[in-house]
Design a protein around this ligand. Structure first.
Ligand SMILES: Cc1ncc(COP(=O)(O)O)c(C=O)c1O
Length: 451
C-alpha cells in the first residue's frame, strides 16, 4: 500500500529533487544504485539510496568518481573521523592476535579495558557497564533495567525523538514513521513535548516560562501514572533544541520524587559531540547513560549502557543477553576511539569550532530571512529554515533544494523535520572546514533564499 511519507526523520528518497539529483550521476553509479534497489528491501530513508560510496576517510565521504563530500551527518559514528588510522591499526593488531570473538560466559582484556575507561570518563556515579551490538538494543536494555529496578512498567519520553528500531525503542521514540502499521507497540509508553524555545504552542520566548509549561505536561502524567519506571530522552534534542539546565534539574527532581530512573540517550551526543565528553555534563548526571555509534569507532557496530553501582542487583536475570556482549574487536575499536579523542583534544575542538560555526551562522541569519533560527552546542547544530519569520512556516521545499545544491558543491548533510539542516561533522575538522561549510551554504542560500 502506498502511503504518504513523513519527513520527520529526514529527507526521503521519493522526491522529485532526488530524481533530478540521480539523473546527474554517471552511468556506473546509476547502475550500482539500480543493482542495490533490485536486491534490498525498499525503505523511505535508505533504499533506493542517494549515491554510492567508494571511500570514507577523516571528515569526508567519497563517491565512486573520488569526489569528496564533507559529511555533516555520518550517522553519528564519525567522532574520531572515518577510517581513523589509529583505530584501524588497533583493530588490525587485535585481529592478528586471533582474539576477535569471545563466547558468552568468557571475558577478555579489551572488553574489561573499555568498560573501565567508560567508568573513568563518564560522569561520577556511573560505575557499571553492559555492552550490546547496537543503539536500539542499548535503549532496550536501559528500559529493561529501569523496569527491573523499579518494578514498574511505564515510560515517559518525548514526541519527535528517535531512539531506535524495534518494538520498545520505537514505542518510546516519538515518530509515527517507525511505529504505524506494526500493531500494538510496547504498552505504557507516554510522551510529552521536548521543551522548545523557538517553536512552542504558546508563543512563549522566556526560558523559565517555556520550561514551566513543558514541566507541567510531565507532572500531569506522573500524577496520574504511579507505574512510571523511567524518563528517557536525549539531553539535547536531535533538531537540536538545547534545554536549560534548570529544565533537566527539575526533571531529575521529579524522577527522584516519583521513584523513577532518568535515562539519557547519548548515542549521538556522547564522545565530544556537544563540546563536552558527554552531553549530560551540561545538565545533570542520569541514572543510566546510553552510548553507541562512535563507541564502535565507525568500524564496528557497538553500544552499551553505563549505570549506577546500586543497580547491580540482577544476578538472577539477564537483560542484555547478546552474542557480541563482550566482543574484543569492538572493544578495541571503542577504546582506541576514546584514546584518539582525548589525545587530539577533539572535545575542546568541538566546543571551539561549534561556537565559531554558530557565530558564522548567526551572521548569515542577518542577511538571509529564510534562516529562522540557529541552535546547537559544540558540533551539534541545526539551522531552521522558514518561509516567514513571523509565522515560522517551515521552508520544506527550499531546505531540500539547498541540501542538493550543497551536495553538488561537496558538503553533505541531512534534513530533519522537513526544514532543519543538521550539522554534525566529524570532530577532527578545523576552521577551514567550517569556512567551507559556511561559504557552500551561502552560495546555496543565494540561489534559493526568500527575501
Ligand atoms: C539518538 C539515537 N538513539 C538510538 C539510535 C539507534 O541506534 P542504532 O541505529 O545503533 O540501533 C539512534 C540511531 O540513529 C539514535 O540517533
Amino acid at each position: 500500500m502506498q502511503q504518504q511519507v513523513s519527513l520527520e526523520q529526514g529527507d526521503v528518497n521519493q522526491s522529485t529533487l532526488r530524481q533530478a539529483y540521480h539523473s546527474g550521476l554517471d552511468d556506473a553509479t546509476k547502475a550500482l544504485i539500480a543493482e542495490d534497489a533490485a536486491v534490498f528491501l525498499h525503505q523511505a530513508l535508505s533504499t533506493p539510496v542517494m549515491n554510492v560510496l567508494g571511500k570514507t576517510e577523516g571528515p569526508y565521504i567519497y563517491d565512486l568518481q573520488g569526489k569528496a563530500y564533507l559529511d555533516l551527518h555520518g550517522n553519528g559514528v564519525h567522532a574520531a573521523g572515518f577510517s581513523n588510522a589509529y583505530v584501524v591499526q588497533k583493530v588490525i593488531a587485535q585481529l592478528n592476535q586471533s582474539l576477535a570473538f569471545t563466547p558468552r560466559r568468557y571475558t577478555n582484556q579489551p572488553a574489561i579495558n573499555l568498560a573501565k575507561k567508560l567508568v573513568e570518563i563518564t560522569p561520577h556515579g556511573l560505575d557499571r557497564v553492559l555492552f550490546c551490538p547496537g543503539g536500539s538494543e542499548a535503549i532496550e536494555t536501559a528500559v529493561m533495567l529501569a523496569k527491573q529496578i523499579t518494578g514498574r512498567w511505564k515510560t515517559l519520553s518525548f514526541w519527535d525523538s528517535y531512539h531506535g528500531t524495534g518494538f520498545q525503542s520505537a514505542a518510546i521514540g516519538g515518530e509515527e514513521h517507525f511505529s504505524t502499521g506494526n500493531g500494538p507497540m510496547v504498552p505504557g509508553a507516554f510522551h510529552v513535548e521536548f521543551p522548545n524555545y523557538y517553536r512552542n504552542p504558546w508563543g512563549l520566548t522566556n526560558t523559565d516560562d517555556v520550561d514551566t509549561e513543558y514541566l507541567r505536561q510531565i507532572k500531569i502524567i506522573l500524577q496520574r501514572n504511579p507505574d512510571m519506571a523511567a524518563v528517557i530522552g536525549e539531553p539535547i534534542s536531535a533538531t537540536p533544541v538545547v534545554p536549560s539546565q534548570n529544565y533537566w534539574l527539575a526533571v531529575k527532581d521529579l524522577c527522584k520524587q516519583y521513584g523513577m530512573l532518568l535515562i539519557f540517550d547519548e548515542i549521538i551526543e556522547g564522545f565530544g559531540r556537544t563540546g563536552k565528553m558527554f552531553a549530560s555534563e551540561h545538565f545533570v548526571t542520569p541514572d543510566v547513560l546510553v552510548l553507541g555509534k562512535s563507541l564502535g569507532g565507525g568500524l564496528m557496530p557497538f553500544a552499551g549502557i553505563v549505570t549506577r553501582d546500586e543497580y547491580n542487583v540482577l544476578q538472577n536475570r539477564s537483560i542484555g543477553h547478546f552474542t557480541h556482549e563482550k566482543n574484543p574487536l569492538c572493544s578495541v575499536a571503542g577504546l582506541a576511539t576514546i584514546e584518539y579523542i582525548e589525545e587530539h583534544n577533539l572535545v575542546e575542538n568541538s566546543a571551539l569550532l561549534g561556537d565559531y560555526l554558530l557565530t558564522q551562522l548567526a551572521n548569515l541569519q542577518e542577511t538571509y530571512p529564510i534562516i529562522g533560527h540557529v541552535a546547537g552546542k559544540g558540533l551539534h547544530i541545526g539551522v531552521d529554515l522558514v518561509r516567514d519569520r513571523q509565522t515560522k512556516e517551515r521552508a520544506i521545499q527550499e531546505a531540500e533544494t539547498i541540501m542538493y545544491l550543497c551536495m553538488q558543491d561537496g558538503v553533505a548533510f541531512k534534513i530533519i523535520e522537513g526544514n532543519v539542516i543538521t550539522m554534525r561533522p566529524a570532530l577532527v575538522i578545523d576552521k577551514g572546514h567550517c569556512d567551507t561549510i559556511i561559504s557552500t551554504l551561502k552560495k546555496a542560500l543565494d540561489k534559493v533564499s526568500i527575501r
